[in-house]
Design a protein around this ligand. Structure first.
Ligand code: ZN
Length: 125
């Protein structure tokens, strides 16, 4: 049995550009992904609803809305639409007021940045 090559033992780290709504395109290693956006259950959820919220994810093979945190930059939470098959980021935006980020109580002003760096006021759908 042959020894694996250094490239096989230490594959290159995953990297792609992620456009932060505040800072613009940056290496993805500056960010932390907090996973797909989930819908918080209504007040006083049943144990089943609570378990589904905590443990179940859609895990789509395609475009998914996710929470990201710019750890090595502006330290802001924001939303991104990312194709999980290709890591292509279609758009990013600061959360609206009703969309509580995982690490903060209130959101931003809703500015959207596309992968091309064009900014607008449209929210994610
Ligand atoms: Zn940033």
């Amino acid at each position: 049995m042959a020894m694996p090559s250094p490239q096989e033992r230490f594959p290159p780290a995953l990297s792609f550009l992620l456009p932060c709504p505040n800072c613009g395109p940056r290496d993805v290693n500056e960010f932390v992904c907090a996973g797909e956006v989930t819908q918080r259950p209504a007040r006083d959820p049943s144990p089943r609803e609570l378990a589904a919220y905590v443990y179940f994810r859609r895990n789509v093979a395609g475009v998914q809305r996710e929470w990201w945190y710019h750890r090595s930059g502006c330290r802001s939470w924001f939303l991104a639409e990312r194709d999980t098959r290709t890591n292509r980021v279609l758009a990013t935006s600061l959360p609206e007021g009703s969309e509580g980020a995982p690490g903060q109580a209130s959101g931003g002003d809703g500015v959207t940045t596309t992968a091309d760096g064009v900014a607008g006021q449209a929210g994610l759908h």
